[in-house]
Design a protein around this ligand. Structure first.
Ligand code: PDD
Length: 286
């Protein structure tokens, strides 16, 4: 596949950076994953504005305008179309603070950022019928990450360790709760739950990423007349929910049938999920 590195396109295995890059040494950078289907990005404006905010939060000058990011995205999709037949292409963008001559914690002045992008195959859009969807099973853990989870940092060790705990438990993801026992998000997704027909997702704060899929889903659900609230709910409430869903750029809205070994609702994909994924697609592809 073809990658983008510092203004140039090249085969991915020819893209090289210095081990003195602060992204490598410190995880000092910001990233995004933008899904595209048949060449159309989903949530492009949301993704680029979240990246701009993340870069601002860590004092890296955004190397590109939104329209320049769009051009790079389009070029990556086009150059990789022959490698990824399905046309379901995720675009990864990564801006690190750049390469320094020494390893010193303070932000160095006036070094150019390292800008990297590559394309990879993502799952096709979710099916619209619950009989056809592959449901998730998840673990449940106390959130041990840092207190700036709203920043989409490339320092993902905390997330990786939570995700791996799920893998080690034989499931697909790990949902996290804070010190008060309230659900925040999952290690690589946002979380929604359904009780008595109404949909709830945690409100935004420093404990979770403001997911672009989450934002699109909330809009889509409202437009379809579904009841959706942003409010904290406990891990006990999660286990007693009728339905649980995960959202992310690669998963869209994905149903969860088991949390921490316990069946959610009937233990099968719920009816509200079917309404939700239809609403999401109607909105997303409009
Ligand atoms: N993960 N929360 C976390 C911790 C995430 O890493 C992600 C995305 C999300 C969902 O955000 P969005 O809807 O904008 O994709 C929530 C990406 C896809 C990843 O790291 O691969």
């Amino acid at each position: 596949t073809i990658a983008f590195l510092n203004g140039e396109y090249m085969p991915l295995d020819e893209a090289k950076i210095s081990p003195m890059d602060r992204g490598f040494l410190f995880g000092d950078g910001i990233y995004e994953v933008i899904p595209t289907y048949a060449g159309h990005p989903v949530g492009f404006t949301g993704h680029t504005s979240r990246m701009a905010q993340g870069l601002e939060a860590i004092a890296i000058t955004n190397p590109y305008t939104a329209s320049q990011w769009h051009e790079i995205l389009s070029n990556l999709v086009e150059k990789n179309a022959s490698f990824i037949d399905s046309g379901n292409i995720g675009i990864y963008f990564h801006v690190s603070r750049g390469t320094d001559s020494k390893r010193f914690h303070a932000y160095p002045k006036d070094i150019p950022p390292t800008v990297f992008g590559f394309a990879f195959e993502i799952a096709p859009p979710q099916p619209l019928a619950k009989a056809d969807v592959k449901p998730f099973k998840v673990a449940l853990q106390q959130d041990k990450r840092w207190q700036r989870c709203h920043i989409k940092s490339t320092s993902l060790l905390g997330n990786v360790m939570h995700f791996q705990a799920g893998v080690d438990a034989g499931v697909n993801e790990t949902i996290l709760f804070n010190n008060e026992g309230m659900i925040t998000e999952a290690s690589s997704c946002n979380v929604f739950m359904v009780k008595d027909g109404s949909i709830t997702t945690p409100p935004l704060n420093h404990e979770l990423l403001p997911g672009i899929t989450r934002a699109i889903a909330i809009e889509a659900f409202k437009q379809a007349g579904l009841i959706v609230t942003e409010a904290w709910f406990s891990k006990e409430a999660l286990l007693e929910a009728d339905e649980v869903w995960l959202t992310s750029s690669s998963k869209e809205v994905a149903p969860v049938i088991e949390v921490d070994g316990k069946a959610i609702g009937t233990g099968e994909v719920g009816d509200v999920w079917e309404q939700a994924i239809k609403a999401y697609h109607a909105y997303k592809f409009n």
